[in-house]
Design a protein around this ligand. Structure first.
Ligand code: NAD
Length: 441
């Protein structure tokens, strides 16, 4: 059992902390946000993740996990401090490392015994070296502090499962001491561990994320071509998926990737390449395709309708994917303002993301249009003139083509996730526009 502190209680830090406790370690989760800490202490998760709250309550009651803003108390005698703070995108595409630097300084000024600092946040190659130097510069006690890289691969929506049953744990270290300590922290998980040097570990994270982003953009690129030449992207993907070199995941065409990782991690790697005098053409192409793809539905709808002014527009799904309340880089955030600008009256449904969306676009008048949040899909569709599907939530997938026909004033659907069968939409008499497939008029 190790005494572990985790800096940052977002999707990565909180899930990691609670899972370390679940595997028997003594964990203190640190955040600067006092409200968040209060909420967590009361057994409530500040983020939506399947199974997280149950594990938080179980391990809090067992005394294995606690939450605090008092970083000094948490770091001073920790065997390891995991850093899981944000590394958001800066205006030039590079990663903002200021949160990492703040935590590094706090660790340096707090630790009173030998400590392994583990960077879980996604950081550009070479950052771990700088963090280690930075900590040495500010250390106040004569103790051994080393930095290890341990990038996180969880996917939001299945974060707890992904952490407890990770396909691999990547650890990047520069000494036997650091490698052994990190391996032994992960020992109770019983998962495959790949041990490399720090820079390779940092690169594995970006290379993996950007490969997935590329796969999505490639399928979207092919989907756009399918539309032009009369092929069906779902049939194409199905045919491709049997080839084990390609695999059967991440072949769905849609309105582009969002979330807190792919958009920023593609830009950060492209930036890193540029800084090193290299042009990363493949990743650059993935970024460009994605940018255009986000507005694909809106552009299709704009060609079909004169204006959205005064129309009742059903918006199904606001989050960047199902299973999360996260809106970062969601397609809805790009499309909804355009619809509002044109005077649309939006009726939006999202089972967990509506609260966060309402912080940006409050219920009622927003510029030329209005937005109303409804608690079920039927309310959103009732008497609507047009419908946009941005997120493939279960409630949206469960809708039948006939329900669109029956509930909407005019059954005109723009589906950014290719949820429904073209044939069934045809049979139901719904005008149906999707991605990379035949349009049903
Ligand atoms: P997040 O924004 O959800 O959470 C960051 C948390 O850190 C916030 O609660 C914030 O209050 C806290 N914080 C900021 N400064 C702090 C400090 N000095 N001390 C303690 N807490 C502090 O971030 P996230 O989505 O969990 O991502 C964290 C990192 O992990 C990023 O680098 C991201 O790229 C990477 N990552 C994210 C995911 C994901 O799916 N979200 C997956 C893999 C990797």
């Amino acid at each position: 059992m190790y005494k572990i502190a985790v800096a940052g209680t977002g999707y990565v830090g909180l899930v990691a902390g609670v899972c370390f406790a679940e595997r028997g370690h003594q964990v203190t989760c640190v955040d600067i946000d006092e409200k968040k800490v209060e909420v967590m202490k009361s057994g409530v998760s500040p983020i939506y993740e399947d199974g997280l709250e149950e594990l938080m309550q179980k391990n809090y009651e067992a005394g294995r996990v606690d939450y605090t803003t008092d970083y000094q108390a948490a770091y001073k005698d920790a065997d390891a401090v995991f850093i899981g703070v944000g590394t958001p995108e800066k205006a030039d595409g590079s990663a903002n490392l200021s949160y990492i630097a703040t935590v590094a300084r706090q660790i340096a000024e707090s630790v009173e015994k030998d400590c392994l600092v583990v960077v879980k946040s996604t950081v550009p190659v070479g950052t771990n070296d700088k963090v280690e130097q930075f900590i040495q510069d500010f250390l106040t006690h004569d103790v051994r502090v080393e930095v290890a890289s341990n990038p996180e691969f969880l996917a939001q929506g299945s974060a707890v499962h992904d952490t407890l049953h990770a396909e691999r744990i990547i650890i990047g270290t520069e000494s036997k001491w650091a490698e052994e300590r990190l391996m032994s922290i992960y020992e109770p998980f019983g998962l495959p561990i790949v041990s490399v040097n720090r820079r390779s570990a940092e690169m594995i994270k970006y290379a993996s994320n950007d490969f997935l982003a590329l796969k999505i953009s490639y399928m979207n690129d092919i989907a756009n071509l399918c539309e032009l030449v009369g092929a069906d992207i779902q049939d194409v993907a199905k045919g491709m998926s049997f080839d084990q070199r390609i695999g059967n995941k991440f072949l769905n065409a849609g309105i582009g990737f969002g979330g807190s990782c792919f958009p920023k991690d593609t830009k950060a790697l492209e930036y890193l390449a540029r800084q090193n005098g290299y042009e990363l053409k493949t990743v650059k192409a993935a970024i460009d395709v994605n940018k255009e793809q986000k507005l694909k539905l809106y552009n299709k709808a704009s060609k079909r309708l004169i204006t959205f002014d005064g129309l009742k527009v059903a918006v199904l799904g606001l989050t960047f994917k199902p299973g999360t309340d996260d809106l970062r880089e969601a397609a809805s955030l790009e499309n909804v303002p355009l619809l509002l600008e044109q005077g649309a009256d939006i009726y939006a449904f999202d089972p967990v993301g509506a609260g966060n969306f309402a912080k940006v676009y409050p219920e009622g008048r927003n510029g030329n249009g209005t937005i109303t949040y409804v608690s079920n899909v039927e309310q959103a569709l009732k008497d609507a003139n047009v419908c946009f599907v941005f997120t493939e939530w279960g409630e949206v997938k469960a809708l039948t083509p006939t329900s669109y026909k029956e509930l909407m004033k005019t059954p005109l659907v723009f589906d950014g996730r290719n949820i429904y069968s073209v044939e069934e939409m045809k049979k139901a008499g719904v005008e149906y526009h999707s991605i990379g497939r035949e349009t049903v008029m």
